[in-house]
Design a binder for this molecule. Structure first.
Ligand SMILES: CC(C)(COP(=O)(O)OP(=O)(O)OC[C@H]1O[C@@H](n2cnc3c(N)ncnc32)[C@H](O)[C@@H]1OP(=O)(O)O)[C@@H](O)C(=O)NCCC(=O)NCCS
Length: 125
């Protein structure tokens, strides 16, 4: 049974601007260390960061409650299986919410071009 569906599209330039700030605060606040390591290893790193940002937004849309429960961006992490297929793992308050709402499966698909990145997330109970 579907719990929720979310989609998000983002301009890569918006994320590029944030991640290029010298204090690095945005990067740390939004992404996990593994996400940062992955994106920093790519030539297209702004696209990879933007796609992950879109996946987090899409995830919160799928939750329905948005950010109202004090969730943190880096409590939603995009990781990959051996084939490169992305999947989402959760941490902290988001993980608790997923458990309390008996959400059993999280599906994510992401795509990015030079200027835009897009992600869709579905949650199943
Ligand atoms: C993997 C593939 C689908 C990526 O498509 P693309 O048009 O080159 O690039 P897009 O911007 O649309 O998508 C890139 C994202 O695809 C995702 N992806 C990579 N491998 C994937 C896979 N096996 N299954 C699903 N998604 C995958 C990744 O999240 C990647 O972004 P990231 O590196 O920032 O995490 C493509 O390169 C490919 O290998 N096609 C061959 C057919 C295939 O294996 N398809 C898999 C789906 S059935």
């Amino acid at each position: 049974m579907t719990f929720g569906l979310g989609i998000d599209i983002i301009e890569v330039s918006r994320i590029q601007k944030e991640i290029s700030k010298e204090d690095g605060g945005f990067r740390i606040r939004v992404f996990t260390q593994d996400e940062i390591n992955y994106c920093e290893s790519k030539i297209t790193k702004s696209q990879n960061y933007a796609a992950r940002f879109a996946a987090k937004e899409a995830f919160f849309k799928a939750l329905g409650s948005g950010w109202s429960k004090g969730f943190a961006w880096n409590e939603v992490e995009v990781t990959k299986d051996e084939s490169g297929k992305p999947y989402i793992i959760t941490h902290g308050k988001v993980k608790d919410f997923i458990k309390q709402n008996q959400i059993l499966n999280i599906h994510v698909s992401i795509s990015h071009l030079k200027e835009t990145a897009i992600a869709i997330v579905s949650l199943e109970k």
